[in-house]
Ligand binder design. Structure first.
Ligand code: MG
Length: 452
């Protein structure tokens, strides 16, 4: 098989540098579109084409399968080389490249491809895309969720799903191609296919005879359309091959591999959506993935709701408990009672309740009289030791100072508030208690109580 070819690469009208590369040899042709920043992309695509160029030195091959294997291994070697290079330079860690190659084994040709650069076949006036873009929009097109026309304007059209340099494991799509005389193959980066539609490509390929002129014209056409990306074109004309070879229809993905050999052929729908490669390489969301993601989001949402409900319930319970404790404390704190202080043996007004809860005494000394235990009539001592509840502090004070009269004639008067009078006139013990040691005059408000 003899070839005539033409090749052209151009920076385009927007990019500052050219990250594309290509190979055009005797039996090997390829285009590579680097990514990962200007420097990284240029290096990655250069490594890829350099690695690939070595394949040509290995031929010709006795068995076509050996040529295919050499092509596959060149892709893997390029991938490893790019990753190794990136691992030693932080600035290049995101670099990668597409690579679309065609190799003549001597007994037929093979295509190998990864990324969204393309191979087209122009045969009998018809243009057929031989490669499937490894891109998000291409997957959406294959899933029937986007039309090729919608894909052209899709916001994710620039995201490719496979490239060299991205993952340790790489496996290019490969397929056989049996050339016919008069076949014209076009390899290009997305700087061409993203700018020029298939109809225009077909017209140029059918009109211009010289392959180099074809390449130059296609580059010019892409630039005329805006030239937003680097543009690389390789055009290969097949001649000299017997017409009986092949018999394929041009839809090479449907061509069965030669007998006795296993060739990875993917028979997927062709798409014509132009792509623009960016440094971003992501796995596209498949319907399964999206469904899983939706399920996960729903589960997370429910989990969050459950958590919030639990937190709310716990908060509510704690709030109720706190309110209960506050209420209980306020209740306890508003109670007064009269008893005998164990420490001093004096009649004392206590605040709280005359009980202990869990070893905690719910009472504190509010005021203390100077009335000792032995001034309390004997039958009432036990009662006072248990504590006698009173309605309020005023009552408690009055009761405390009247305790020496418990069971006696003057108690009623004393408790009815005529304490001062009673104390100063008839009641000896309370008087002495309420007037204090200094013998000051008795008061309407009982005296003789000291703040604890
Ligand atoms: Mg590009």
């Amino acid at each position: 098989m003899g070839f005539r070819y033409g090749a052209a690469t151009d920076r385009g009208r927007v990019r500052e540098g050219n990250e594309d590369n290509y190979v055009s040899g005797e039996r090997l042709f390829a285009v590579a579109d680097g990514m990962g920043g200007y420097e990284g992309g240029e290096i990655a695509s250069q490594i890829a084409v350099d690695e690939l160029a070595q394949v040509e030195q290995q031929g010709p091959w006795a068995e076509p399968a050996a040529a295919l294997e050499a092509l596959r291994q060149a892709f893997k070697a390029a991938n490893a080389h790019i990753r190794d290079h990136a691992s030693h330079n932080h600035a290049l860690k995101r670099m990668g490249t597409t690579l679309t190659a065609v190799l003549d084994s001597g007994q037929g040709m093979y295509l190998a491809h990864i990324g969204d650069s393309r191979a087209y076949l122009y045969r009998n006036g018809q243009l057929t895309q031989l490669t499937d873009d490894h891109s998000v929009v291409q997957q959406l097109v294959e899933e029937g969720r986007l039309t090729p026309e919608e894909a052209e304007h899709h916001p994710h059209r620039n995201i490719i799903t496979r490239a060299l340099g991205v993952d340790d494991h790489v496996e290019p799509d490969t397929r056989p191609y049996q050339p016919r005389p008069g076949d014209r193959m076009l390899l290009c980066t997305d700087g061409l296919s993203g700018m020029v539609d298939d109809g225009a490509l077909q017209r140029v390929l059918g009109r211009v005879r010289d392959p180099q002129e074809v390449a130059d014209e296609l580059v010019a056409l892409a630039n005329a359309e805006g030239g937003v990306d680097n543009i690389t074109v390789v055009v290969i004309d097949m001649d000299g091959a017997p017409d009986s070879v092949g018999g394929d229809t041009g839809r090479l993905s449907a061509t069965p591999p030669p007998p006795g050999r296993t060739v990875q052929v993917e028979d997927r729908a062709m798409a014509t959506a132009p792509q623009v490669v960016t440094p971003e390489v992501q796995e596209p969301p498949s319907p399964d993935t999206r469904a899983r993601a939706r399920r996960t989001r729903r589960q997370e949402y429910r989990g969050e709701r459950r958590t919030w409900r639990r937190l709310f319930t716990v908060g509510l319970v704690l709030g109720v408990i706190a309110l209960g404790l506050v209420g209980a404390w306020r209740f306890v704190d508003s109670r007064y009672w009269v008893g005998i202080d164990e420490n001093t043996g004096l009649v004392t007004v206590f605040r709280g309740l005359p009980v202990e809860v869990g070893g905690v005494r719910l009472a504190s000394v509010e005021e203390q009289t100077r009335i000792p235990r032995d001034q309390i009539p004997e039958p009432w001592v036990g009662r006072l030791e248990e504590g006698v509840a009173q309605e309020n502090l005023e009552d408690a004070r009055r009761y405390a100072q009247c305790t020496p009269l418990l069971g006696g004639a003057g108690l009623g008067e004393c408790l009815q508030g005529r304490t001062g009078q009673a104390a100063s006139t008839t009641t000896v013990a309370p008087t002495s208690a309420v007037t204090g040691v200094d013998g000051s005059a008795p008061q309407a408000r009982p005296a003789g109580l000291t703040r604890a």
